[in-house]
Design a protein around this ligand. Sequence first.
Ligand code: PMP
Length: 401
Amino acid sequence: MTLAPTVPMDEVWAKRLANRTHRMRPSAIREILKLTSQGDVLSLAGGLPAGELFPVAEVARATERALSLNGVRALQYGPSNGLPELREWVAGKRKGAEAYRVLITSGSQQGLDLIAKVLLDPGDNVAISAPAYMGALRAFDPYEPNYLPVDMDEEGIVPAALETVLAQGVKFLYVVPDFDNPSGRRASLERRQAIVEVCDRYGTLIVEDAPYRELRFDDTIYPPLFELAPDRVVHLGTLSKTLAPGLRLAWLLLPEQLVDIVEQAKQAMDLHTSTFGQSVAYELVKDGALEKRYPALREHYRSQRDVLVEKLHGALGDRLQFEVPPGGMFLWATLPEGVDATDLLRVAVEHGVAFVPGQSFYPREGKLNTLRLSFSLLDEDGFTEATKRLAAAFDAYGIRG
Ligand code: PMP
């Protein structure tokens, strides 16, 4: 049985499609990465959280509890903005948040779609960090925005670059201040303040996506942008990286003025996020249960990062420059000038290893010599072998030290 036949679109069917689908075409990179699911390819490409950290037995017990406490409610239709106790729990996590401004979503991916749906008309400008989370670009694309990339450095997006972009008039700024995907960067406190200050001056809404916020590897904690400007920031949080992505449980913290319109959009989209899932999730997070998981998560990903960093140094020396990320799941690296990471990926896949070329994270032409490596999935032996294969691919491609 073939579960995923590839059917090329013919002209008749292409004419049936709405214009907004024109930007939904598969990328060349996705086609190459499909090869990685076949055969013996070690993937540093995927962004999946580590499955061994999923609390499978706890989920079973939480399900049991959710059904025995109020099984009918857990299986009945529910409010579009989510179960009240879960919304209260979310509001309790952030200074300045109130439960009426929380909307539970099916993954933060849905939150991104909802925000774009209520805010964007075709041709509207959107300021976006460069590089930016590919899934955000794909969520916004059908609403046909015009992306205005904002340059980043190791401290996050650069205020002067942001100023130049905002001066052109934008609907919102999209940014991941904590352990960004793909760059792994954490915006410094000064940068956070500067971003909020510049956006204030231009009256610009900020969309702050924070899925990796709790996966920090040191004791430095900066406030989320939401806490610096609670009336000017849409904040997205999720249980995907701290519990399990299969739950599809996330939330939007909204400025007051957006609460009703986003709730209406959510209702039209799927009525509400699974009441069953929300009931189980609440049982998993209540009474500080989620926060108890953080130390083990942080320790796991920090040690994964350390192993990948060590193996990369050992196998590639100075042929690959990279920043050591202070949290999250990703490492952002730069190849020597003139090397196109997409060409290198083809060679790497032949050598049995994969990564994501940085170009995928830019709305238009990006930095061709950049790439993203994930440290969430392989174990030490996997990293040893993957980096050995990378070194062989570098040799075959002709990248010398
Ligand atoms: N935002 C970012 C920056 C992400 O990396 C991801 C997951 N890859 C998401 C949003 C989507 O997360 P969720 O599972 O909550 O939809």
